[in-house]
Each structure stands twice: as structure tokens, then as C-alpha cells.
Design a protein around this ligand. Sequence first.
Ligand SMILES: N[C@@H](CCC(=O)N[C@@H](CS)C(=O)NCC(=O)O)C(=O)O
Length: 181
Amino acid sequence: MSVSLSGEGQTAAHLERHPFGKIPAMAADGVTLFETAAIAELIEANHPTPACMPSAAIDRALMRQWMNVIDNYLYPDVVGTLVWQRVVNPKLGEPCDEQAVLDGLPAVRKQFGLLEDALAERTWLAGDHASLADFYLAPIMAYVALTPEAEALFSAHPNVSRWWGAMQERDSFRKTPFDGA
Ligand SMILES: N[C@@H](CCC(=O)N[C@@H](CS)C(=O)NCC(=O)O)C(=O)O
């Protein structure tokens, strides 16, 4: 189901599916489910191969840590400022607030710095394989990549850049429709 950013999420029909009017939401086995983590865990349980959750407890904890970081800190810092101004506003026909971009950049750089450190000695955020944590980050990065600030961010953070390259090489990533352009 697709809900645009133009207020469709606040319709009565969608509020039935998602009480906060956000995406994603889905119906499964007669239950309405919202929140990406919950939906991803259900899909993973129903389609366990290839595994998108590490089996080692420490890697699974790291995966959860990064999913929470992305939800609670990275998403607001990166999407709420840079992506919103540079990508979402133009789509809505609104001007980009250049000052908001400038004001938001220190927080964006902080988030990239955290990822840079986390990816210093590993290809993926948790364990030896890409996990839900990486798949959480991928669409955010796809939007960041559309901004004029992306080039400087990637060159200042080579580990993040390498991670982004590896993500883009994945078959599943290539096959995922993206309407950002
Ligand atoms: N924590 C929620 C975040 C949901 C969320 O903010 N979704 C955004 C899209 S990524 C949305 O629906 N934005 C539209 C809006 O706020 O109107 C989750 O992971 O499902």
C-alpha cells in the first residue's frame, strides 16, 4: 500500500490501518500491523531464507541497536532536515529552506560519523551479512544520495561510502522500486 506525503495518511481509511497515519502498515492473518520493525520481523519469520537477522546473540543485539538508533535519532536528524528540505519539499512543490539545511548539517554529520565508526571493521552494521539494520538504512541513504550534500558526506565518510556501494550491488536492492528521482 502506498500513501503519499500529501496528507493522504490522515484519511479515516488509513487511520484505521495506522493510528498515526504513517507508512508502512499492513494486514496479516486478520491483524492490522504497523511499525516497520514489527512488519519486518513478521516477513522475516514467514520468509526466513536468506536470513535477514543474524543468529549470534551479540549480532542480533547490534542489529536491534542500530534499528533503534535509525528510528529514534538518525531518521529525524537526516530525513527530518536534509532529506525533507532537499527531496520532500520540492516533491510537494514547496521551496527548500537553505537555512534549515545548514542548521541541520551538524546533526547529519554526527550521524554519518557514528556510522563511519560502526563500519570501520565490518562491511555491515551487525554480523557478517546484511541484516534488517542495513535494510533500514538503505532507503534513507538512497534519499541522501539525491541531495547536493551527498558527495561531500560520502567522501568524508569512506566506510559509509563503501557500505553504500555494497548495498547498491545487492540484487534485492537493485530490484526494489524507488520513486526518489
Ligand atoms: N517508526 C515508524 C515511522 C513511520 C514514519 O514516520 N513513516 C514516514 C515515512 S518513512 C511517513 O509515513 N511519513 C508520512 C507523514 O508523516 O505524513 C516506523 O518505523 O514505521
